[in-house]
Design a binder for this molecule. Structure first.
Ligand SMILES: *[C@@H]1O[C@H](CO)[C@@H](O)[C@H](O)[C@H]1NC(C)=O
Ligand SMILES: *[C@@H]1O[C@H](CO)[C@@H](O)[C@H](O)[C@H]1NC(C)=O
Ligand SMILES: *[C@@H]1O[C@H](CO)[C@@H](O)[C@H](O)[C@H]1NC(C)=O
Ligand SMILES: *[C@@H]1O[C@H](CO)[C@@H](O)[C@H](O)[C@H]1NC(C)=O
Ligand SMILES: *[C@@H]1O[C@H](CO)[C@@H](O)[C@H](O)[C@H]1NC(C)=O
Ligand SMILES: *[C@@H]1O[C@H](CO)[C@@H](O)[C@H](O)[C@H]1NC(C)=O
Length: 476
């Protein structure tokens, strides 16, 4: 019986992965390349996904503020919105973020020159979203006069930052926002917090108490082995690296490894997923259970680590080789995100003796220099995002729900306190990155089920008062 259930789940997982689980129409709307000047009247086509199967024309609009990737990925990985839309009779819209997926303002040359990529700015993206909302509301002439269908913004991670900022900047367009795992305070959080949480996740979620410890020791082993040609060749063979490891690529290898640990903690979900990579249930626990070493000497240590890394790099068992250039900066819209991280979304990161990473200070000089080298754009103001959006100063805001899993490395930059009667913080002590936005799964922890319940209660309250006050109707 159990086998059949498991097999069915596995098949469903495969089918959903190939076909996608949710269906929608794909539309485009012309939006200005530059919302904030009268000197450039160029427009481009912004993509948005649309499903009105549950909508009855007077229901609300559930609007996902797309983040750094192809919008289909977020539509397929935000099952919660699809599951609650019927009971709210909501229209579902997923809007793509400019410069990602198919929403490229200058087509293929969008990243080729500062004069093209320079319009990649969160403020422009928020203005795009308001444009799309206005467009959708004006298509629907259901209400008389100025009355409009209310909009609830949803988003996860950077998308959650955007959904909360959309409510802050455009409260007339958006009734309320659900911001899941949105690290809007990451700009002013101590730089080691992210890596400290990753370390805790590796310490807590494994039965192998040595896991974080072995990783901590592996950096020195890696330095030693990659310090000479023989060692680099040995590592190339042992880890089946695609390209023979050269001295100048050692830094890339270190970054790649560091990113894998962060990703494993972020998507440490209690069931198999394929969000950042195809992974088993509880990937950190699986990783740690595979991490056994015969000795702390460099080569045996790295040999053992290589086998554990297969959980991330070769879960499907069909990887021909291990590709260390395959990082988030080459996948999920990485090029555009790198530009954003270099200009506006500057989140200082560092690691210390206390975590499982190699010690590394935050060096803003080096950061801005590297960014200039890559983009030919000078950072004008390292605190731009704080100045634009107010940082910790949330006293004037309303109708926002911040949810955070405390096992999520990004929760260190999240809003973890109730700010007021209508700016809520919901904490899920035992969960990873925006698990609450995903579809129901029988392995979901209770904290997530509670969070999803409270989100619905709060949204309903917002909607009921909106319909009563502005539409003179009743919303159940
Ligand atoms: C909207 O989503 C529902 C549920 O996933 C699906 O049954 C329906 O076919 C979709 N509608 C469109 C127009 O794709
Ligand atoms: C855009 O501006 C140019 C020159 O300023 C003008 O010739 C053109 O008609 C404008 N296009 C639109 C769509 O307004
Ligand atoms: C991936 O796993 C398969 C099956 O175990 C193995 O043959 C292959 O060599 C592995 N690839 C890498 C890069 O480790
Ligand atoms: C490794 O990944 C990079 C970035 O995705 C890709 O361009 C390259 O072709 C890959 N190399 C191999 C050998 O698969
Ligand atoms: C920061 O980086 C710059 C440029 O790479 C370097 O000159 C400087 O020594 C670094 N500062 C520290 C404190 O490491
Ligand atoms: C916020 O307030 C609600 C309702 O009083 C409470 O259940 C919740 O635990 C509070 N959240 C935090 C983070 O204290």
């Amino acid at each position: 019986m159990k086998c059949i259930i498991l097999l069915t789940e596995f098949l469903l997982f495969c089918v959903n992965f190939i076909l996608g689980e949710y269906f929608y129409d794909v539309n485009y709307v012309d939006v200005p390349v530059d919302h904030f000047s009268f000197t450039n009247n160029a427009t481009f086509k912004l993509r948005y996904l649309w499903n009105d199967s549950f909508w009855n024309n007077d229901g609300p609009i559930f609007f996902y503020t797309g983040n750094e990737g192809d919008i289909n990925t977020f539509a397929q990985n935000s099952g919660f919105i699809w599951e609650i839309a019927p009971s709210f009779k909501a229209l579902i819209v997923f809007a793509e973020h400019r410069y990602y997926g198919k929403s490229l303002p200058f087509g293929k040359k969008s990243f080729s020159d500062p004069k093209y990529v320079g319009y990649l700015h969160s403020s422009q993206a928020l203005a795009d979203f308001v444009y799309v909302i206005d467009h959708i509301q004006s298509l629907n002439q259901h209400f008389s006069g100025d009355s409009k269908n209310p909009v609830i913004a949803f988003g996860g991670s950077y998308g959650g930052m955007l959904s909360s900022w959309l409510r802050m900047k455009y409260p007339a367009s958006v009734l309320g926002a659900v911001a899941s795992s949105a690290p809007i305070l990451q700009f002013q959080t101590p730089c080691d917090v992210f890596n400290r949480i990753v370390t805790s996740v590796f310490q807590i979620s494994s039965e192998n108490s040595d896991c974080a410890d072995i990783i901590k020791k592996s950096w020195r082993a890696l330095r030693e082995v990659t310090g000479n040609a023989e060692g680099r060749e040995w590592l190339t063979k042992t880890w089946k690296l695609c390209d023979s490891l050269k001295n100048e690529n050692v830094a890339v290898l270190f970054d790649w490894l560091q990113e894998i640990y962060g990703n494993l903690a972020m998507v440490n979900y209690p069931y198999p997923t394929s969000f950042l990579s195809k992974l088993p249930a509880n990937p950190v626990k699986t990783f740690c259970s595979k991490l056994s070493i015969t000795s702390f000497k460099p080569k045996p240590l790295l040999e053992g680590l290589g086998k554990a890394l297969n959980v991330y790099t070769n879960y499907t068992k069909d990887a021909k080789c291990t590709n260390t250039s395959e990082t988030s900066s080459t996948s999920i819209g990485g090029l555009a995100w790198d530009f954003q991280a270099c200009t506006e979304m500057i989140m200082p990161m560092c690691s210390t003796k206390r975590d499982m990473f190699e010690e590394q200070a935050w060096n803003y000089t080096k950061f801005s220099h590297d960014c200039y080298t890559r983009w030919n754009v000078q950072i004008t103001q390292p605190n731009l995002a704080i100045i634009e959006y107010g940082g910790k100063n949330l006293g004037a805001e309303s109708n926002i729900i911040f949810t955070n899993g405390l096992m999520d490395p990004w929760s260190g930059g999240g809003v973890l306190h109730n700010v007021s009667d209508s700016v809520h913080a919901i904490l899920m002590p035992d969960t990873a990155h925006h698990l609450d936005l995903r579809a129901y799964n029988r392995n979901d922890p209770t904290s997530v089920l509670h969070a999803r319940y409270y989100i619905q209660v709060i949204i309903r309250k917002w909607l009921q008062s909106y319909y009563r006050e502005f539409l003179n109707t009743y919303y159940e």
